[in-house]
Design a protein around this ligand. Structure first.
Ligand SMILES: Cc1cc2nc3c(=O)[nH]c(=O)nc-3n(C[C@H](O)[C@H](O)[C@H](O)COP(=O)(O)OP(=O)(O)OC[C@H]3O[C@@H](n4cnc5c(N)ncnc54)[C@H](O)[C@@H]3O)c2cc1C
Ligand SMILES: *[C@@H]1O[C@H](CO)[C@@H](O)[C@H](O)[C@H]1NC(C)=O
Ligand SMILES: *[C@@H]1O[C@H](CO)[C@@H](O)[C@H](O)[C@H]1NC(C)=O
Length: 414
């Protein structure tokens, strides 16, 4: 079979992972990224279960290990810095993982690793996006924002939760693919303070507010402010100017105790501020003929599940595997990709309704109940017991083995 000519839109996690596998199998791959340079930013992401397996098959585990963030565990504190519960990470590599996974890494470091592993075999175009595309039985004609046009066998939308390729692919009367969870989150980096340690700290405030501090380097920590609020007017928050977003978060959290004021003060000096609505993406089908969606664009599970990056890496591996198996019949490959991966995505998109309700208490009383509840779990070591008796692989979905892609990587079978 002649190699496929593939255009991948989005140079985040999913896009470069797919590019990795396709280029290894000899396909001609281009990645177009809207940002003027590699967008190697973001906070801490988790890689779990199947995602770890895929990284091993990619031969990138050593590179990832070198960049891991050492997080010992998580502890919940109150107004006066009193700790109500502590859950330690299990780093033995055995058993199920707790809130802190064995593989925590800064998104920027992971994006750099994927880029370094592909930059010699894949063509990257920065500072451009797709203006429009048109497909027929034999290919897709794509016009970029610089007005250049080229023809491809396949167009992949790996352009994140707000995907424009998705918008163009779905019929205009399709149901809204975005499931609003009524949760907003802002995060930024700040100089490491005297008390910051490798224990993640979470602090709950009435009014459905939460603060989380994590420390990722000797010099820096990062902090998240989260707010649960269902009002539709808030949905435009991430589109406001950065200054107005900062103003919003500072006002919402003013008067908070613990270290709230230190975080608010640091917000104004940071260059890393990022604010987003926490959503899930759910659509009925991930492809249309020769256009396919991958990663958050297709199936964002939301950061709450801690499975976004794992889902994206795993999806890229499955998509590459199916494309190699059926390179003569792309629509068939895309149907199989969806059939194989859907059960896994359904599993990682499930959210625990109970935790979801008690984790953003509206009142002081709710905060107290939350503290008693987590204190109880912690005292009786319930999460550890739970971890010991559950399976390592979430949901038990077994990562398929694609000889068609694995044989191109000598170390993959290890
Ligand atoms: C800046 C940033 C920070 C993030 N921080 C976190 C975090 O702290 N914690 C967490 O759990 N998850 C974070 N995420 C999301 C996380 O990366 C994804 O959930 C997961 O890794 C799946 O990756 P993805 O490649 O599908 O999407 P993403 O990682 O979102 O990558 C999508 C890429 O597509 C590019 N893009 C978007 N639109 C276009 C377009 N029209 N044309 C060309 N390119 C386009 C984007 O610039 C981005 O590089 C962040 C994402 C981004 C973009
Ligand atoms: C980690 O998991 C392993 C396997 O389930 C278990 O034997 C060990 O006790 C756990 N360690 C901690 C600190 O929970
Ligand atoms: C909060 O408590 C931790 C230990 O639980 C301690 O190391 C830290 O110094 C305390 N911070 C403040 C501001 O008192």
């Amino acid at each position: 079979m002649p190699p496929l000519k593939v255009l991948i839109v989005g140079g985040g996690c999913a896009g470069p992972c797919l590019a990795f596998w396709l280029a290894r199998s000899g396909h001609e791959v281009t990645v177009v990224e809207r940002f003027p340079a590699l967008r190697a930013s973001g906070a801490q992401v988790d890689i779990r279960a199947q995602g770890i397996q895929v990284l091993k098959r990619m031969g990138l585990m050593d590179a990832v290990r070198r960049e891991l963030v050492d997080e010992a565990g998580v502890s919940l504190v109150d107004d006066d810095n009193k700790s109500w519960a502590t859950f330690m990470a299990n780093k033995t590599g055995k058993g199920a993982q707790s809130a802190t996974s064995e593989y925590e890494i800064m998104r920027g470091d992971l994006v750099n690793i994927f880029h370094a592993a592909t930059k010699n075999s894949v063509r990257y175009i920065f500072g451009r996006s797709v203006e429009d595309f048109e497909q027929d039985e034999s290919g897709v004609t794509v016009r970029l924002s610089d007005k250049t046009t080229a023809r491809y066998d396949l167009l992949v939308g790996a352009d994140g939760q707000g995907s424009r390729i998705r918008k163009a692919m779905l019929p205009s009367d399709a149901p809204d693919p975005v499931r609003h969870l009524g949760l907003y989150m802002a995060y930024w980096f700040l100089p490491r303070g005297g008390d910051d340690s490798n224990m993640r700290k979470m602090y709950h405030l009435p009014g459905s507010r939460m603060i989380m501090r994590r420390t990722h380097s000797p010099a820096e920590s990062h902090v998240y402010f989260a707010l649960k609020d269902d009002s539709p007017e808030l949905r435009s928050l991430p589109k406001r100017t950065i200054d107005s977003q900062k103003h919003f978060w500072a006002a919402k959290f003013s008067g908070g105790r613990w270290e709230t004021q230190r975080f608010i003060d640091s917000m104004h000096d940071t260059s890393n501020f990022y604010c987003q609505e926490i959503v899930q993406v759910r659509i009925e089908t991930w492809s249309k003929d020769r256009v396919v969606l991958l990663g958050d664009a297709a199936h964002c599970p939301s950061p709450l599940t801690a499975m976004g990056t794992t889902g994206a890496i795993t999806a890229a591996y499955v998509l590459a595997g199916e494309l190699n198996r059926h390179s003569h019949d792309i629509p068939l490959a895309l149907r199989n990709y969806e059939k194989t991966l859907r059960p896994f995505i359904d599993e990682i998109q499930k959210m625990n309704g109970f935790f979801w309700r008690i984790f953003y208490p509206r009142t002081k009383w709710g905060v107290f109940i939350l503290h008693c509840f987590v204190g109880f779990l912690s005292f009786f070591k319930i999460p550890y017991l739970f971890a010991r008796f559950s399976r390592e692989e979430r949901g038990g979905w077994v990562l398929p083995m694609y000889d068609e892609v694995d044989k191109s990587v000598p170390e993959a079978k290890a």
